[in-house]
Design a protein around this ligand. Structure first.
Ligand code: ADP
Ligand code: MG
Length: 655
């Protein structure tokens, strides 16, 4: 039976412009297994073109190439790929070995596209390399070998998948006479096993070695001459199944490639990591600061508390000429308001509170002291913060540490506890005549005011009833400017808040300010992360460019891989793995960097600030690595598909 038939094949190349050159004219020839055919012709007679057509590298021709009864033209792209992989073994004049793989790997790579385990691949490759006499060189790289040795590696690679046909394009063209003879002997011994060998040559001497000479001239077959009988031994064919390069194998290849250009790849990964690194740092900082703020809020505020204020339109405030109680927090509540709030569902009790600013002063030991704000004691005062003494009961006063310090110029401020001070509030009576509310008070304790950020606390605190009592002595009514409504359960707090707002009141400015601060913080974090994200884009583009360069650099390698049966998919996979690895690497660098920097900064911050403000969570780390990998995989899509789309023949000719 005929193994290979070529029927009426014509081929012409289109040159630049409309010019066409016809290279093959009506080629009709057929071959059987065990033949050692030499295609003999001068340079430029179309021999390589014919080889490429037979090898399934070039499908742009007229006529038919039929292998074991099946026309190449009728095959799907996948079938052509596996045809190249397991039916054909290619040998080139210029060897076309992959320089960064060892001799052994150059042979096993052809088998990676086959359904064989790694151990078996290595065993088989070692056997073949032994057959061609290279057992001592399996670990070497191609550039450590002589030309003859290189060609033996190429032969071993061609044999790797046990092909039916070996196509050798000027296999001895770069070798001296003696080495040429050895290579031809090896090819002959392969033919002995029932393989069809087709070599191309322009040397009559080389051609004479085979069993048959087909001479071509100007694209036509001039002569077909049999020298001796073909080998008739039947090649034992095992059932072979092509498969695509496993993901594992493509990752291994990618790692090898990246090691080859290690310096460049490390630099690129480092560059790529900067974007992720800054995003991570911004996110962690935002997270840390927000957490810190929340802790502060929660430690100063009772979770059961809904603080209510009465707000007026801004213009209204301006129209009023000095309201009777110029108090902080908003408008004073009327009795009616208080009843309304107390009557809301789930409200357990209501506490009155006020802060009087700008019209109070204190006299202590006959000396007058300014007091910017006077507050009333509420349940929100944290008793843990009383450094000496107790909360004030009737006719007692609680001093903040800083105010106590200003009262006691020389002595220790703690000794103020138990002392008597006099408090004055300057008010207006009914007919705008000035009135002074005054009261003698015993200092009950010293209180460490918590840092409330932009809100300043009062300097001294008295109980609401004491202040109310002092006001009534002057026939004045003290009206609260803040009501603290307490819920029985934390779950009721939100509901009460809504009811309060529905009733026309607002939550306290402290709470809403804190809320606003948190919102601004979130916005700032988002903005900063966004800006950091721009460098992500830059690193994505960088990886894209580097992969493009890599595709161009490796065009020839891609051609070789395609010639030995790699599918488009396999090529795409190799580049895809590289981009994923690159992203993974920069992600890991970024996370490691952010981790180290966060430790250093936190150490510094907790020394000077008392808080670790950079909270890098495991989620953020995973996020960083994930995003980095994703970005470079996306950046790798274009170069990978460019690599996959390269024409195998053209890639091989690429220098
Ligand atoms: P040989 O291998 O016998 O030296 P080739 O098949 O390589 O011959 O080339 C035959 C002719 O076709 C030559 O004239 C060559 O210049 C031309 N040729 C080969 N490949 C191409 C191509 N890709 N585009 C245009 N012309 C080509
Ligand atoms: Mg040629």
């Amino acid at each position: 039976m005929k193994l290979l038939e070529i029927k009426h094949v014509n081929k012409s190349y289109k040159l630049a412009g409309k010019e066409k050159i016809t290279v093959l004219r009506d080629i009709n020839v057929s071959f059987k297994s065990g033949e050692f055919v030499s295609i003999l012709g001068e340079s430029g007679s179309g021999k390589s073109t014919l080889m490429n057509i037979i090898g399934g590298m070039d499908s742009d021709y007229e006529g038919d190439v039929i292998v074991q009864g099946k026309a190449l033209r009728s095959m799907e792209e996948n079938e052509i790929d596996s045809y190249r992989n397991d039916k054909i073994g290619f040998i080139f004049q210029s060897f076309n070995l992959i320089p960064h793989l060892t001799v052994l790997e150059n042979v096993t790579i052809a088998m990676q596209m086959m359904d064989r385990g790694e151990k078996e691949r290595i065993k088989r490759a070692t056997e073949i390399l032994e057959e061609v006499g290279l057992q001592e060189h399996v670990k070497k790289r191609p550039n450590q070998l002589s030309g003859g040795q290189k060609q033996r590696v190429a032969i071993a690679r061609a044999l790797a998948n046990d092909p039916d046909i070996i196509l050798a394009d000027e296999p001895t063209g770069s070798l001296d006479q003696e080495t040429s003879g050895q290579i031809l002997e090896i090819l002959d011994s392969i033919a002995k096993n029932g393989v069809l060998i087709i070599t191309v040559t322009h040397s009559q001497k080389v051609a004479d070695f085979g069993s048959r000479i087909v001479s071509v001239e100007d694209g036509r077959i001039k002569e077909d001459q049999s020298l001796k009988e073909r080998y008739t031994s039947v090649k034992e064919t095992e059932q072979k199944k092509g498969k695509s390069l496993s993901l594992m194998a493509s990752f291994k290849l990618a790692i090898k490639n990246m090691q080859l250009k290690a310096k460049r790849n490390i630099l690129v990964a480092l560059g790529g990591s900067i974007g992720i690194f800054s995003v991570l740092l911004m996110l962690s900082l935002g997270n840390g600061v927000t957490g810190y703020m929340n802790d502060e809020i929660n430690s100063t505020m009772n979770p059961l508390l809904v603080d209510v204020v009465k707000q007026v339109e801004k213009e209204e405030v301006q129209d009023q000429h000095g309201p009777p109680n110029q108090q902080m927090g908003g408008e004073p509540f009327s009795e009616e308001d208080i009843t309304k709030i107390s009557g809301l569902e789930n409200v357990e009790r209501v506490e009155k509170a006020t802060t009087i600013t700008g019209k109070t002063n204190v006299v202590y030991r006959d000396k007058n002291y300014e007091l910017s704000a006077l507050g009333t004691v509420t349940d929100t005062i944290n008793e843990d913060n009383i450094e000496k003494g107790t909360l004030p009961s009737e006719n007692e006063v609680l001093l903040t540490t800083s105010y106590a310090q200003s009262l006691s110029s020389n002595e220790a401020y703690e000794s103020l506890v138990g002392e008597t001070i006099k408090l004055f509030v300057n008010e207006m009576g009914e007919n705008n005549q000035p009135l002074t509310v005054e009261r003698e008070l015993v200092v009950s304790g010293i209180y460490v005011q918590e840092n409330m950020g932009p809100m300043e606390g009062a300097g001294v605190y008295v109980s609401y009833s004491t202040l109310e009592d002092a006001y009534s002595e002057q026939n004045l009514t003290l009206q609260p400017t803040q009501l603290n409504a307490y819920a029985a359960n934390q779950g009721d707090v939100e509901g009460i808040k809504m009811d309060v707002e529905e009733a026309g009141f607002a939550s306290s400015p402290i709470a809403s300010m804190m809320e606003q601060v948190t919102t601004y913080l979130d916005m700032a974090t988002l903005l900063l992360s966004g800006i950091a994200g721009i460098s992500l884009l830059v690193s994505g583009i960088m990886i894209l460019v580097v992969l493009y360069i890599s595709v161009v650099e490796r065009t020839r390698e891609i051609g070789i891989l395609r010639a030995i049966g790699a599918r488009k998919k396999d090529i795409r996979r190799i580049f895809f793995s590289e981009s994923a690895l690159m992203g993974l690497m920069s992600g890991v660098i970024a996370v490691a960097g952010a981790f180290i920097i966060s430790i250093i900064l936190n150490n510094f911050l907790s020394n000077s600030f008392g808080a670790e403000l950079i909270q890098l969570t495991p989620e953020y780390m995973l996020f960083g690595i994930g995003v980095s990998t994703l970005i470079s995989v996306i950046a790798g899509i274009l170069p990978s598909s460019k690599a996959a789309k390269l024409d195998p023949m053209e890639s091989l000719r690429y220098e």
